[in-house]
Structures are given as structure tokens and as C-alpha cells.
Design a protein around this ligand. Structure first.
Ligand code: CAA
Length: 286
């Protein structure tokens, strides 16, 4: 266990809601910050729905589910993060949006030893650290979707992150949340997305070229390689907007064609076909 008791999660989307849920289930006091009341209502509904499902599946007792709810609070004012020991940013995968959040957190978070973490998949931690006056306390803590199910956390210090921050973040992820940590250097994509994203993009290129149907591509990897889901369904789960944003960051960093988002992915994002969360991607979720 660590000295971290009060956590804020900035952003209550797919990842932020999952992170807030696992923190509340681990006994922490969790504040969820979003940009307005509609976004906060959606975050609250996501977290409550997931806790209810966990209770219905007997992963939590009704009492544990209710206790987790009482440890969660919600705010539309990032200034309320002032008293937090740890803030985890989980807003959209957009460098300008994320650096703005870090600059604002730097102004409001009062504890001198507070950790400012990002759940980014692909944006260099150094860029976020340099938006603050406390680069030694900025670190990447990258979760995987669905957060309550997948045990992995990638821990990513920048060149300026202090050893103490990295150690406290690792203790938090393993000791408090019970996650498995892998350590990665501050390069776009870290370990998992450096391997996963070229695979997802290859599947999209395969579909785009007419080489095979979506169902056959996915069935190939599910039944031939025992993956829990095929690459196109997984891209739908991650979100095609997020998949594209990760590919853009990785392409910007390495200039390697294998990270370049294929035109089909770009057009689907243009069309608002973001995958499971929007109701349609490579598959329909109506
Ligand atoms: N929240 C909580 N629990 C969930 C859940 C959610 N959103 N979705 C599924 N589960 C649980 C279910 O309750 C179920 O639990 P039990 O077996 O104990 O009943 C279990 O997970 C399996 O779920 P289902 O039976 O409904 O469905 P499934 O067997 O098809 O599994 C899946 C669904 C867990 C999503 C599985 O297909 C899977 O692990 N897929 C791969 C996901 C993956 O690779 N994620 C990483 C994405 S990359 C990323 O996140 C990082 C990034 O930067 C892009």
C-alpha cells in the first residue's frame, strides 16, 4: 500500500470511468473531473452501470458496490483537484488538450508531493511534464480497456521523472490496485501499442484492399491464434478515433509507414463511426 489515498481522474470517458471505478473499488477517495454536467452525468452512469454489473456477476457484494459509490464524487471544476495525492489525466488522446490539462493541474494541485499522471497511450510524457513546473512528479500510468478486467499497467517515466515518483506510482499500481506493471521508456506507443497498433492497422489495410471480409479477418485471429477478439472488433472497442490518434502520434514520432493510419480508418473517423462507443464501426452495435 502507498501513501496515496485521495485520487482525481480527469476525464470520465471509456478509460477515465474504468480507472475511477478500479480506484474506488480499491478503497480510495476518488474525484472525477469532467468539462460539464452532461459529461459528468455520462461518466457517473458509466461507472454506476459497471459497478452494478460487477455486483450482478457476484464480483462484488452489494455492500462493496455501494461503498465504492460513496467513495466517488464528481466535479466540473478542475480546481477541486487541489487536495489530491494523485491525479490521473484520461482526456482525449490529443496533445493540445492534454498539455492544457497539465498546465491547469500544475496551478491548482496544492500538495507539493502530489503525482500528476497521464493515461496517454502514445503522447510523450515529456511533452506533458514540460507543461508543468514540476516535471519530476509527472509520470505515465497507462491502463488497458476494459480497465476492471485487464491487469496491465504500463509505467512510463520521462527523462525528468524522479525515482521517488516512479516508485510511488509503481507501488500504487501494484500494491493498491493489484495491477501488473511493465516499465517502458518515454517513446510514443510504449511497449503494447508499439506492437498492437501496426497489427490493428494491418488488419484495416487487409479489409480495405478487399483481401478478406471483416468477420474472416477477426475469426482468423480468434480461432487461429486464440486471441479473445479479432483486430477489427478490438479497434472498435478501443475506439476508431482513439486508434487513429494513437497511430498519428506514433507516425509523427517514428515516420514509419507501418504506423500511418490507412484511408479507410480516416474516412470512418470523419464519418463519426468511432466503433462500439458510437454504435457503429467495423460492426454494428445497435
Ligand atoms: N467492465 C467490466 N467487466 C467487463 C467488461 C467491462 N467493460 N467487459 C467485459 N467484462 C468482463 C465480463 O463481466 C466477464 O467476466 P466473467 O467472465 O467473470 O463473467 C469477462 O469480462 C468476459 O466478458 P464477456 O464474457 O462479456 O465477453 P468476452 O469473453 O468476449 O470478453 C473482453 C470481453 C474482456 C473485452 C475480451 O474480449 C478481451 O479481453 N478482449 C481484448 C481486449 C484488449 O485487448 N484490450 C486492450 C486494448 S488496448 C488498450 O486498451 C490500450 C490502448 O492504449 C489502446
Amino acid at each position: 500500500m502507498t501513501d496515496i489515498e485521495k485520487v482525481a481522474v480527469v476525464g470520465g470517458g471509456l478509460m477515465g470511468a474504468g480507472i475511477a471505478e478500479v480506484c474506488a473499488r480499491a478503497g480510495l477517495d476518488v474525484l472525477v473531473a469532467e468539462v460539464g454536467t452532461d459529461a459528468l452525468d455520462r461518466a457517473r452512469a458509466r461507472i454506476s452501470g459497471s459497478l452494478e454489473r460487477a455486483v450482478a456477476k457476484a464480483k462484488l457484494t452489494a455492500e462493496e458496490g455501494a461503498d465504492a459509490e460513496t467513495r466517488l464524487s464528481y466535479t466540473a471544476d478542475i480546481g477541486d483537484c487541489a487536495d489530491r495525492d494523485l491525479v490521473i489525466e484520461a482526456v482525449a488522446e490529443d496533445e493540445a488538450v492534454k498539455t492544457d490539462v497539465f498546465a491547469r493541474l500544475d496551478k491548482v494541485v496544492a500538495r507539493p508531493d502530489a503525482i500528476l499522471a497521464s493515461n496517454t497511450s502514445s503522447i510523450p510524457i515529456m511533452k506533458l511534464a514540460m507543461a508543468t513546473g514540476r516535471a519530476g512528479q509527472v509520470v505515465g500510468i497507462h491502463f488497458f480497456n476494459p480497465v476492471p478486467v485487464l491487469p496491465l499497467v504500463e509505467l512510463v517515466p520521462s527523462l525528468l521523472t524522479s525515482n521517488e515518483t516512479t516508485e510511488r506510482a509503481a507501488d500504487f499500481a501494484t500494491g493498491t490496485l493489484g495491477k501488473t506493471v511493465v516499465h517502458a521508456r518515454d517513446r510514443a506507443g510504449f511497449v503494447v501499442n508499439a506492437l498492437l497498433v501496426p497489427y490493428l492497422l494491418s488488419a484495416i489495410r487487409m479489409l480495405e484492399s478487399g483481401f478478406a471480409a471483416a468477420e474472416d479477418i477477426d475469426a482468423g485471429m480468434v480461432h487461429g491464434c486464440a486471441h479473445p477478439m479479432g483486430p477489427l472488433r478490438l479497434a472498435d472497442l478501443i475506439g476508431l478515433d482513439t486508434t487513429r490518434a494513437i497511430a498519428d502520434s506514433m507516425y509523427a514520432e517514428f515516420k514509419e509507414p507501418l504506423y500511418a493510419p490507412p484511408p479507410l480508418l480516416l474516412r470512418m473517423v470523419d464519418a463519426g463511426l468511432y466503433g462500439k462507443k458510437s454504435g457503429r464501426g467495423f460492426y454494428d452495435y445497435g
